[in-house]
Design a protein around this ligand. Sequence first.
Ligand SMILES: Cc1ncc(COP(=O)(O)O)c(C=O)c1O
Length: 394
Amino acid sequence: MQFAKRLQPLQFNVFADMDKAKAKALAAGRQLIDLSLGSADLPAASHVVDAIAQSLYDHNTHGYLLFHGTQGFRQAAAQWYEQKFGTAVDPETEVLPLIGSQEGTAHLPLAILNPGDFALLLDPGYPSHAGGVYLASGQVYPMPLRPENDFLPVLADIPTPVLAQSRMMVLSYPHNPTSAIAPLSFFQEAVAFCQQHNLVLVHDFPYVDLVFEEKEIEDSKSIAPSILQADPQKTVSIEFFTLSKSYNMGGFRIGYAIGNGELIRALRQVKAAVDFNQYRGILNGAIAALVGPQDSVKVSVDKFRQRRDVFVNALHRIGWQVAIPKATMYVWAKLPQPWSQNSVEFCTQLVEKTGVAASPGAGFGKFGEGYVRFALVHEPGILETAVSRIAEFL
Ligand SMILES: Cc1ncc(COP(=O)(O)O)c(C=O)c1O
C-alpha cells in the first residue's frame, strides 16, 4: 500500500520508543512510576461531572450539534476570558469550541499554509504543533529556545529567506516542556514582528492557570499574559485554551480558540469538513467549569506547587541541580554526564532499570536534547520514591 508523503515526518516519534521501554519494564516486573505524560491524575470537580451526568439522560443532547447549538459554551468562554484578562470578546465571531485544544492547533495550519510554506515553531516544543504543519504539507522552521534567553526565541535570528516563505508563528507560554513564562513585553515584540512580516500569530495557552505565583493573585487574574493583551484589536492573533489542565478534564476533550474573527472563521471552515463539535453534555460540563466556582482550580495549582517543591528539593538533595519551575506541571532537568547528549538512552535505561518513566528532551525537538522532562502527575510520596530510584540509577 502507498501512503502520502506527508506521513513520513510523523514517523519519527521517540515517545513510541518510550512506550516500548515502559512495556518492557512492566513485563520484567518493575513497578512503574510514570512521570512521562502530562495527564493530570486529579478528578474533575463534582459540579462538572454532575452537569455531564444530567445531560446524558436528556435525549435532546444526543443528536448532532451544529455551530448555533454551541452558543451557550461560546458565551461562557467569552465571559471567562473577559473576567481573566479584561479584553472583550465577541462570542459569535471570536470564539470557536474545539475537541481539545490540540485538535484546533493541529487543524489550523490547513487553513493557513500552502504546501511548502514555513511555520515558525518553538524548539523544544509540543510535538503536535509540528504534526499539524506536516499534515498541511508545510515546513517547520524550529526557533531554538536556550536557557540563556530564558527559553524565549530570538526573532531577529530567523533568516530572511525563511521569513519570506513563512505564514505563521506558534508560541506557547507557560511552556511545555521548559516551564518558562513569557513576559507581556515579549508578546508585544512578537505581535509587532508578525504584523510586520504578515504572519499569523498562534498562542497555545493550556497552562494559563498553572502558575505558581508566591503572592496571592488579586481577583484570580492570571500572571501569565494572554497574547490578546499584546494584540487587543486581534489583528493577527489566535489563542488556544483547554479545560484539560485547569479543570482536570483531559479525557473529556474540550477546548476553545479565541481571537481574530477571520482566523476563527477559517478554522471553523476546516472543522466543518471534519467534525460536528463536541457532545453537548460535555459542553454543559465545560460551561459549569468556566462559570461555576473556581476553587478546584486553586486546589490543583496548590497540589502541583507542593509536588514541585517535594520533587525539586529531593533532586537537589541527591545533587541534581534542576531549575525551579514557576509554572506548568513539569520539571525540565538538564541531564548530568554521561547522559548530557543522549536523553533517549537515559530515559530508556531509567525506566528499564528502575520503573521510573520520564520524557526524553529530544522528543520535543533538536534543542531539547540534553534534557529530560518529568511530569508531576503523582502524589508527593511517590515522587520521593521516584527520586530515590533515580539516585540509585545515577
Ligand atoms: C502545549 C500543549 N498544547 C496542547 C495540549 C493538549 O491539550 P488538549 O488536551 O486540550 O488537546 C497539551 C497537553 O499536554 C500541551 O502541553
